[in-house]
Each structure stands twice: as structure tokens, then as C-alpha cells.
Design a protein around this ligand. Structure first.
Ligand code: NAD
Ligand code: AHE
Ligand code: ZN
Length: 374
């Protein structure tokens, strides 16, 4: 079949909207009509050329929602008409990682996914006979896409596509980092670096978890109001203070020893210098710092080992530690029940033809989430 898609022809170039060829689903695969897709900073990261796994030409996009329109042989868990969210972290429930119960990082199809291919090592997308690469196993910047059955979560059919698409990455990553990875306790203190599409969801996760003090950190002052909407109690702009680590340590001084430091800190910037700041303002003895941001090729983190010797823990999280087929339908239900907010964070709705505007808005710091509605 033919489908309209935004194609990433080469690193650093705007996406090109065109009609591409899409082969139907093979065994264990499903064809999904994508109804809406968010634009995540990770799409920008790959398009920029900073992603060591970046491949071109490709169809990017990994934050979608849509309807199953066809299934290949052997598919049992979803059927035509089901509403689904594509999963860049699949859940096969059979691989050693899924069975370990220690991680959400299913390994069933990770190697072919990283090569921009379906699990059988081929691509379903092409143009004029030339192969186009899939992206993160999702390619939601195409109106129709093919996904492995283990990489779709079946969700409440009453939920609106143009908001729940954000659960396909940003919402789940932010809230999941708090509840699955950090396991934040009631009364905790926390600092969140980077108040974009991910950081604001960390903030709403912290409020949900009952954190007492939620410090937001961003170099853009406009983000103060945004953070406050979702539960932030204090705001720090590193540009307006001498030392952001000292500032947070000061703000969090509690108890007789007045040591200071947040119980939990989160990097949602992808900047390795910020990752260090986030670690070093975590509390001596028990503070945990969670890396969510994705850093470019060649970037490395550094700190004095003494920071870890004195009891701080450095952790990372992908997709908020969520097991997609199990957890994503629950998060959609939380949204439908009003337990979490999504709508106010979706600042822009665009057509596929306007998708490059979504990247421009992100670069200008003017959007939280732009969503393309097909
Ligand atoms: P975004 O562009 O919406 O937000 C980034 C925010 O960081 C902006 O508000 C920006 O002003 C702020 N910022 C930039 N430099 C800063 C600094 N030095 N100090 C403080 N704040 C600073 O991006 P997003 O969509 O929220 O994504 C954030 C990061 O998370 C990206 O690196 C993205 O690739 C990554 N990500 C990771 C996962 C995962 O599973 N680990 C999932 C989604 C996104
Ligand atoms: N390809 C990059 C890493 C990109 C990355 O870390 N991706 C996150 C999801 S970001 C979503 O917006 C992730 O899930 N990582 C785990 C995985 O298996 O990819 C690189 O550095 O090579
Ligand atoms: Zn993402």
C-alpha cells in the first residue's frame, strides 16, 4: 500500500513529506493506522545526527497512538479495530530480561530494532524500490506503520488519540522514572533538571508519589509557570545563581545536621554537565540521581568517585522502567480517570505537512509537546 510519511532523508535536514510504499504485516506483525504522534526530543536528537544508532533515510517518530487495521499470521493478542499505542520498548514476556522481573528492557527484538529493521531483518518501508529504515521499532511519522505484535499496547478505545499518543513516550517516561525507577516515598525532596516534555511529567509523578519539596531547574524562565502547574514547589534558573548544586543543597537543608541535598534528582536534559550537577546535589548517604536524558555520540559522564563513596547512587531509566503491554493501558486509564494530566502539556497540534514547525518550536523552547494529528 501507499502511505504518507515525513521522511528523514539525511541528518540535519528538515523532514520531507511524501508518499512511500508500505508492505503489509508478516507473521507476528500488525498494520496500524497512526492517528496522532508526539514529537519527542529524542526524534530531534536522532535527526540532528547526534545518535550513534541514527540511520538515514528513515521514518522517525515513536510517540504514537492508532488503530489496528490488519494483522499477520499468528497474531493473537490484538485484532483489527483495537486501539493501540506503539512501544519502542516491547514486552515479549519470554526473554531472559522480561522473565527476570528486574528490568523492562525486553531483548526479543532489540538488535534488529537498532538496525532500523523488523525482527526478520527486512524493512516494510520503501520508496521507488529503495529501502527506508524503521525507527525505534515504531516510525509513527507515517500515517500507517507495521509493528511486531509484542510492540503494541492495547488501550481503552474511548481514549482520544491526540492526547494519549504522549503516553507512548513522554508521560510514561517521566511518571515511570518516579514510581518504577526511583520508587519515591511520601515526604521526599526532589530536584528535576530540564522542565520540558519529560521533566514536567517527572514533576507530576513526584506530586502523585507525595513528594514534599519539588525543585525545578531550567535555563528558561518561562518554565517556572509550567512547573508550578504540575506541582513544582521551588524554581532555580542556573543562569541566575552562582552554583546550582549549592543552591539546591541549601534549599533542601533539613534536620539537625543541616547537610542538605535532595533525596531524588532527575536529569531530563541530556547534557552530561547537568547530569553531574544532578548527581552532586543528591543527599549524602542516600540520594539517588536518575538519568533520563539521552546524550550525543562521544559524550561521557564524570564525577569524583567520592560522590558515590559517600552514598549517592547514579541510575538510568528507559521508558520510565515501564513494561509496555502491561503498564501503558493502566496509564491510559489513569488519564481517563483524571488521575494524571496530559492535555495542558500538548501546546501545539499540527498536520503532517507542518511537522517541521514542531521541531522549530522545540528548538525555540516555545512548546512542551507538539502533536501531529493525521
Ligand atoms: P525538551 O526539549 O522538551 O526539554 C528539555 C528542557 O531542558 C528544556 O526546557 C530546556 O530549557 C532544558 N535545559 C536545557 N539545558 C539545560 C540546562 N543546562 N540546565 C537546565 N535545564 C536545561 O526535551 P524532552 O522531550 O523533555 O526530553 C528531555 C530529554 O529526555 C532528552 O534528552 C530526550 O532525548 C530524553 N528522553 C529520554 C527518555 C528515556 O527513556 N530515557 C525518554 C524520552 C526522552
Ligand atoms: N540510540 C541512542 C540511545 C537512545 C536512547 O537511550 N533511547 C532511550 C529511549 S529515548 C525515548 O525518547 C531507550 O529506550 N534506550 C534503551 C534502548 O535500548 O535503546 C544511543 O546512544 O545509541
Ligand atoms: Zn521519546
Amino acid at each position: 500500500m501507499k502511505t504518507r510519511a515525513a521522511v528523514a532523508i539525511a541528518a540535519g535536514k528538515p523532514l520531507e513529506i511524501m508518499e512511500v510504499d508500505l508492505e503489509g504485516p508478516r507473521a507476528g506483525e500488525v498494520l496500524v493506522e497512526v492517528k496522532a504522534t508526539g514529537i519527542c526530543h529524542t526524534d530531534e536528537f536522532t535527526l540532528s545526527g547526534a545518535d550513534p544508532e541514527g540511520l538515514f533515510p528513515a521514518i522517525l517518530g515513536h510517540e504514537g497512538a492508532g488503530v489496528v487495521v490488519d494483522v499477520g499470521p499468528g497474531v493473537t493478542s490484538v485484532k483489527k479495530g483495537d486501539h493501540v499505542i506503539p512501544l519502542y520498548t516491547p514486552e515479549c514476556r519470554q526473554c531472559p530480561s522480561c522473565l527476570s522481573r528486574k528490568t523492562n528492557l525486553c531483548t526479543a527484538i532489540r538488535s534488529t530494532q537498532g538496525q532500523g529493521l523488523m525482527p526478520d531483518g527486512t524493512s516494510r518501508f520503501s520508496i521507488g524500490g529503495e529501502k527506508l529504515f524503521h525507527y525505534m521499532g515504531c516510525s509513527t511519522f507515517s500515517n500507517f506503520t507495521v509493528l511486531p505484535e509484542i510492540a503494541v499496547a492495547k488501550v481503552n478505545p474511548d481514549a482520544p488519540f491526540d492526547t494519549i499518543c504522549y503516553i507512548g513516550c513522554g508521560v510514561t517516561t517521566g511518571i515511570g522514572a518516579v514510581v518504577n525507577t526511583a520508587k519515591v516515598e511520601i515526604g521526599s525532596t526532589a530536584a528535576v533538571f530540564g522542565l520540558g516534555g519529560i521533566g514536567l511529567n517527572v514533576i507530576q509523578g513526584l506530586r502523585l508519589a507525595g513528594a514534599d519539596m519539588i525543585i525545578g531547574v531550567d535555563i528558561n524562565d518561562d518554565k517556572k509557570e509550567w512547573g508550578e502547574k504540575f506541582g513544582m514547589t521551588h524554581f532555580v534558573n542556573p543562569k541566575n545563581c552562582e552554583n546550582v548544586v549549592a543552591e539546591i543543597v541549601n534549599l533542601t537543608k533539613r534536620g539537625a545536621d543541616q547537610i542538605g541535598g535532595a533525596d531524588y534528582t532527575f536529569d531530563c536534559t541530556g547534557n552530561v554537565k547537568v547530569m553531574r550537577q544532578a548527581l552532586e546535589c543528591a543527599h549524602r548517604g542516600w540520594g539517588e540521581s536518575i538519568i533520563i536524558g539521552v546524550a550525543g555520540a562521544g559524550q561521557e559522564i564524570a564525577t569524583r568517585p567520592f560522590q558515590l563513596v559517600t552514598g549517592r547512587t547514579w541510575k538510568g531509566t528507559a521508558f520510565g522502567g515501564a513494561r509496555g503491554r502491561t503498564d501503558v493501558p493502566k496509564i491510559v486509564d489513569w488519564y481517563m480517570e483524571g488521575k494524571i494530566q496530559i492535555d495542558p502539556m500538548i501546546t501545539h497540534k499540527l498536520s503532517l505537512d507542518e511537522i517541521n514547525k514542531g521541531f522549530d518550536l522545540m528548538h525555540a523552547g516555545e512548546s512542551i509537546r507538539s502533536v501531529v494529528v493525521y
